[in-house]
Design a protein around this ligand. Structure first.
Ligand code: HEC
Length: 109
């Protein structure tokens, strides 16, 4: 395969993958507004109680890991355990990405 064909094949693959990702993020945004915002606040940035963490701007990997742990029971919290039960792994990944991309916590060096 020459380089041009390789580029064409790669961009065809990308153009199929990107809309799917955008759809996932859009669905995550809606779920975040309908479900998560009740406790974590708008964009995961205004928690309603002191024991509810800010999600905005945390690392996506960390958020995904935390959600999977609530789902498996490795991390226990009566509120979060109920919230994550109906979520698929794909929804969890998209929610983690959505909150990681919100402006929020940040470290300044
Ligand atoms: C009923 C209130 C409530 C709702 C609704 C809720 N959360 Fe939470 N969430 C909490 C509380 C309280 C904690 C802290 C629990 C703990 O100490 O482990 C938490 C913790 C988390 C954490 C761990 C964050 C960290 O810094 O370790 C994540 C990730 C998270 N929630 C994501 C979500 C997502 C995504 C949704 C929506 C699908 C959601 N939550 C909906 C109350 C809620």
């Amino acid at each position: 395969m020459n380089n041009l064909m390789m580029v064409a094949a790669m961009s065809a693959m990308l153009s199929q993958a990107l809309p799917a990702l955008a759809d996932d993020l859009e669905a995550a945004k809606q779920k975040a507004e309908q479900v998560c915002a009740a406790c974590h606040g708008a964009e995961g940035n205004k928690p309603l109680t002191p024991e509810t963490p800010k999600l905005a701007g945390q690392h996506g990997d960390y958020l995904e890991h935390a959600l999977l742990e609530y789902q498996s029971g490795a991390r226990q919290n009566p509120l979060m355990s109920g919230v994550v039960q109906p979520l698929s792994k794909r929804e969890i990944r998209a929610l983690a990405q959505y909150f990681a991309q919100r402006p929020g916590l940040g470290t300044r060096y």
